[in-house]
Design a binder for this molecule. Structure first.
Ligand code: ZN
Length: 451
């Protein structure tokens, strides 16, 4: 159709109107597009279709906010983040806007919202994110990162934090203190610091921490005695830890309380003739010493270890020459013999009284084959021995044959037994002489020098 034809059909005015109409329509469409959310979103890097979808989920005011805050560039970076979730855009913006004065990055806002920390104040949330990011490759999960940071564990490496969190004695309420002790007292092992915190033991400085670490690690250390070790250390500042532990375990700090059977352990058989058997150190019910020999009638009765017998005969001969006879009345006793003896005493005097003068089975030095109860002769009594010339002679000479008085007067609090003038223990000349010269009971001497 020619122009003339059109003119003829609609007239000139109609054509002008149509042209105006098309121009108006096109420009409003363009205006609409360039002022819409969709345009803003496409500028932010979304495809047209994504922009249409997102524009339906957020307010125009939020997008305006984004533009006004001037972080369009930051936002573009954020949306390229694989964690960016368009459905949370409004929450990101809310959070970001709340903390713009604190130099928050949009990526931080994304991370914080993605970890459900919308209600967490930015500085704290940032610490979560930092810690989490630092140890993410070590399989740290976000919830654990929060636990660690909430307990001020920012500068505790995740490996250490994990060791603390996984300790058998870990108590969650005490995590702040565990971290605090770890930071302040690096000398403490994790296990020890957890125990110290759990027991509410206050440490004042690094020096004290070192002492405690050594104390806890000392062989024989027992938590039941903790307060006594500390008191003993205070009273004896020059004593090495080793001695503190052994002295307290031997109740040297308790003059009025005799040793009890509680906490007893197997006697150390490796010490040979220097073995310590007392209320804290026992022998197995099947233990029988090697080398038992019969005692000849002129010297006593029953059996004893052969080297003890040799020494005893020499001593008895010398005593006889000096006019003070000795008789080995009760040497080696088996576990079963001791059991019936002790049970008879308990039936007769009651357990508390029996425990002061008779050992429970397994706890008797007689089971070692190294001890002998001595009387003046076959008819002499144990009770009468203290007042005999034989006893006086033994007190002066027994060490020269390797024997010591095992339960001296006034030492019941240490030995666990009343004074027994008749009970002599073989240790060999060297140690017997040293024990005599030291003035110590064998329990003390052993703890200090043999153990
Ligand atoms: Zn005895």
């Amino acid at each position: 159709m020619s122009k003339k034809g059109l003119k003829r059909l609609f007239g000139k005015k109609a054509i002008i109107s149509l042209a105006v109409f098309i121009v108006v329509l096109t420009s409003s469409a363009l205006t609409f597009y360039f002022t819409s959310d969709i345009y803003t979103l496409t500028r932010l890097g979304y495809s047209f279709n994504e922009s249409v979808a997102i524009s339906k989920t957020i307010d125009k005011s939020d997008l305006d906010l984004l533009k006004m805050a001037g972080y369009i560039d930051g936002f573009s970076t954020a949306i390229s983040d694989p964690d960016f979730d368009a459905t949370k855009l409004k929450d990101y913006i809310d959070y970001y806007t709340r903390y713009t004065s604190e130099d928050i990055s949009f990526a931080d806002a994304v991370a914080i919202i993605n970890h459900d920390c919308a209600s967490v104040e930015y500085q704290l949330a940032k610490r979560y994110i930092n810690y989490y990011t630092q140890y993410q490759q070590d399989r740290l999960d976000f919830a654990t990162a929060k636990v660690i940071i909430d307990a001020n564990g920012d500068d505790i490496d995740y490996n250490t934090a994990q060791t603390i969190l996984n300790n058998d004695n870990f108590i969650s309420d005490k995590l702040v203190q565990y971290f605090d002790y770890h930071k302040k007292y690096s000398v403490l092992s994790i296990h020890n610091l957890i125990t110290l915190v759990n027991k509410e033991i206050t440490i004042i400085d690094q020096k004290e921490a070192s002492i405690l670490q050594a104390l806890i690690n000392e062989n024989g250390f027992n938590w039941d005695n903790y307060n006594r070790y500390r008191a003993y250390m205070d009273n004896n500042p020059s004593f090495p830890i080793e001695r503190v532990v052994s002295d307290i375990n031997n109740n040297i700090d308790k003059p009025s309380a005799p040793p009890s059977y509680s906490g007893a352990r197997p006697a150390d058989l490796s010490k040979g003739n220097l073995i310590l058997v007392n209320k804290q150190n026992y022998l197995d019910r099947n233990y029988v010493p090697t080398g038992l020999v019969n005692i000849e009638a002129a010297y006593g009765q029953l059996q004893v270890k052969s080297e003890v017998y040799t020494a005893y005969k020499a001593m008895a001969d010398a005593a006889y020459q000096a006019g003070v006879p000795l008789y080995a009345r009760s040497p080696y006793r088996s576990y079963a013999t001791q059991a019936s003896l002790y049970n008879n005493y308990v039936a007769q005097d009651g357990q508390a009284a029996a425990d002061r003068y008779s050992a429970r089975p397994g706890y008797s030095e007689h089971q070692t084959g190294l001890a002998i109860d001595i009387t003046v002769g076959p008819s002499g009594t144990l009770g009468g021995f203290a007042n005999s010339a034989s006893y006086v002679w033994l007190m002066q000479n027994a060490h020269q044959y390797g024997f010591i008085l095992r339960y001296p007067p006034g030492k019941e609090n240490i030995t666990g037994y009343m004074y027994e003038a008749w009970h002599w223990r073989y240790l060999g000349v060297d140690v017997a002489t040293k024990v005599k010269n030291s003035g110590l009971t064998y329990d003390e001497y052993y703890a200090r020098y043999i153990k």
